[in-house]
Each structure stands twice: as structure tokens, then as C-alpha cells.
Design a protein around this ligand. Structure first.
Ligand code: 2GW
Ligand code: MN
Length: 296
């Protein structure tokens, strides 16, 4: 689709004066390579959405629902309609082996759903590897023409609060809610040098969650292409990274720094109690019965 145009200033919008002295001090809101880390209280959502809205952007959103994960689609879509990129053009792409099980959900104006049939599988390793491949090829054949930005999300999740244009950037990653208080040697990176996802104990920035990748369509295209190739290279050497696609993602992001980092507000887990620095949970993974939803 069209390249992203210059920003248009929000005319006649009254908003609070920004300060260079007063703001959040309990969290770090910029990385050492000067990418913003998005926390509640560091941005004005009305101002940001007003800057981006005149650009008439389209945001692609991909989710996979293979096998019994079809049960998560309804809540995902219904809560996204309430909270995710409200007022923007959104195109959902649902990849599933059971297209007839995709529920019909009422979509707001400017929002569109495409169901794409993909082969089923019983092996997570295969679904995980194929996810990168399918995103890559669908960007090539379709999404590239239809959207400016893309978010690739886990389907076993719900939105609970505002997720808007503050999340847009060239390459966007999210900090995993499980490890942000830990030192890098405790991160579950792939630690075997034989894997192409290998990260040394003394390296690494954050532990990023695999349930959200975002950015310009072309940047996410390159990410999925590289991760897919490395996945396949590992498979050829009979090696599978510790956390599959998440391991490859973390390795990619170490050498290709994200231009924006979302705080764990954008990827929580329902079983985890809220911590004091998290003022709002915007998106979280639901509690699931593993025995019930996962193939053996
Ligand atoms: C099949 C076997 C074992 C585990 C999952 C699946 C499975 C995954 C499936 O039968 N059908 C399916 O549609 N999925 C899709 O993959 C679905 O979109 C789901 O949200 C996504 C990731 O699987 P999930 O949500 O069960 O794994 P989590 O929540 O533990 O995911 C984190 O870790 C993964 C790597 O191990 C991924 O990086 C994922 O993105 C992370 O959030
Ligand atoms: Mn998940």
C-alpha cells in the first residue's frame, strides 16, 4: 500500500502542556538505543491518535487458530473491536484449518475480516515454523497491497483497554511479562551455539514475547523471512530452539533493534497478578486448559 505520509498536526486540539521535568520516574521509558518504551502515563492517547488519524492508515492484524484454538477467535475479535486501533482501518487475517468455525462477529466501520484456510497440524513445532512462513507469503501476495502496518498476535488472548496509535512504529516488539525483573542470564533464550537462535549469557537486551510482533509491513516481512529461514536451517540440523519462534524472534531483535518497545501492559498473562508499575493491562493471554486445547 501507499507509503506512510508525513504527519499532520492536530489542529485545534486542546491538550495538556508537555513537561520535560514531570513524568513517570518508576519505570524506564526509553531504551539505550533511544527507542521509546510505551507505558501508561508517558503519552497522550488522544493527541497521538489525532496525529495518526489524518494519515488514513490501514493496520493488518494476523492470528492463527489451528485445531481447537478456534474457540479463542470470538473473544479476540470482540474485544479487539472495543479496544484495538479504534477509529482506524483494521484488516484482520484469520488463518485456520476450520474456516467454517470462524464465528461471525459484528465489525465496526472501516474494519474487515479475511479468513484464510491453512493446513492443520498436530505439532506445535510445525505450526510455529509455519506461522512465520505463512505471514511472510501472505504479506507477499496480499497484505503488502492492503495495509501500512501489521501486528501478528496470539489468538488465545483478549484486549482489556486502549491499544492505539502509540503502538505504531517501524519495528515494534513487546517485553514479555514473565522476565522483565530478571537479569539477562536468566532469560530463556536459546543457549546452544549449534542453533541459529543462540544468544550468549552476556548478551541480550530484554526478553521479548512471541505473542506480538508489529511494525511497517516491509519490516515485519523481513523479520518473518529471516526467522523462517533460520528455523528451517536449524531443522536441517535436527535442532529446535528452546522456545521455537520466540527464540528466533529474540535473536533477530538483538541484532535488529526495535524502533519501539511496548511495555508488558501490552502483553500480560491472566494467571499473573498485576504489579505496581503496570497501571493498565491492555492485552493478555487467557488461562487455557492445555490438555483440552493442545493436540497430544
Ligand atoms: C499446538 C501445540 C502446542 C501448543 C500450541 C499449539 C497451537 C498453537 C495450536 O494447536 N493451534 C494454534 O492455532 N496455535 C497458534 O499458535 C495460536 O495462534 C496460539 O495463540 C499460537 C501460540 O501458541 P500458544 O498460545 O499455545 O503458546 P503460548 O501462549 O505458550 O505462546 C508463547 O510461546 C510460543 C513459543 O513456544 C510462541 O512464541 C507464542 O507466540 C508465545 O506467545
Ligand atoms: Mn498464547
Amino acid at each position: 500500500k501507499s507509503r506512510v505520509r508525513n504527519m499532520v498536526s492536530p489542529e485545534k486540539l486542546l491538550y495538556k502542556q508537555p513537561s520535560v521535568l514531570v513524568g513517570r520516574t518508576d519505570v524506564v521509558s526509553v531504551t539505550p538505543w533511544l527507542a521509546p518504551i510505551i507505558w501508561e502515563g508517558t503519552f497522550d492517547p488522544v493527541l497521538i491518535d489525532n496525529i495518526y488519524k489524518p494519515m488514513n492508515l490501514t493496520i493488518a492484524t494476523t492470528v492463527f487458530a489451528i485445531g481447537k484454538y478456534d474457540r479463542f477467535i470470538r473473544d479476540f475479535l470482540e474485544t479487539a473491536e472495543k479496544h484495538f486501533m479504534v477509529g482506524f482501518n483494521v484488516r484482520y487475517y484469520v488463518f485456520t484449518d476450520l474456516p467454517h468455525n470462524v464465528p461471525s462477529v459484528n465489525l465496526n466501520q472501516g474494519r474487515h475480516l479475511t479468513v484464510i484456510q491453512v493446513p492443520g497440524s498436530n505439532r506445535w513445532q510445525e505450526i510455529s515454523a509455519r506461522r512465520m512462513e505463512i505471514i511472510q507469503t501472505t504479506i507477499e501476495h496480499q497484505i503488502r497491497r492492503e495495509a501500512d502496518y501489521i501486528f501478528c498476535l496470539d489468538v488465545d488472548s483478549k484486549f482489556h483497554a486502549h491499544w492505539g496509535a502509540e503502538s505504531l512504529g517501524r519495528l515494534v516488539a513487546v517485553i514479555h511479562p514473565g522476565y522483565y525483573e530478571q537479569t539477562r542470564d536468566r532469560f530463556p533464550y536459546e543457549r546452544r551455539p549449534a542453533s541459529t537462535a543462540y544468544i550468549h549469557m552476556d548478551e541480550g537486551d530484554y526478553y521479548y514475547g512471541g505473542a506480538m510482533i508489529g511494525g511497517f509491513v516491509e519490516d515485519v516481512y523481513t523479520l518473518t523471512k529471516v526467522c523462517r529461514n533460520k528455523f528451517e536451517e536449524d531443522a536441517g540440523n535436527s535442532i529446535e530452539a528452546a522456545r521455537q519462534d520466540e527464540s528466533h524472534l529474540n535473536r533477530y531483535l538483538l541484532y535488529n533493534k526495535p524502533s519501539k518497545v511496548l511495555s508488558p501492559e501490552y502483553l500480560w498473562q491472566d494467571f499473573k497478578a498485576k504489579t505496581k508499575e503496570v497501571k493498565v493491562i491492555r492485552f493478555s493471554g487467557v488461562i487455557k486448559n492445555y490438555a483440552e486445547v493442545r493436540p497430544n
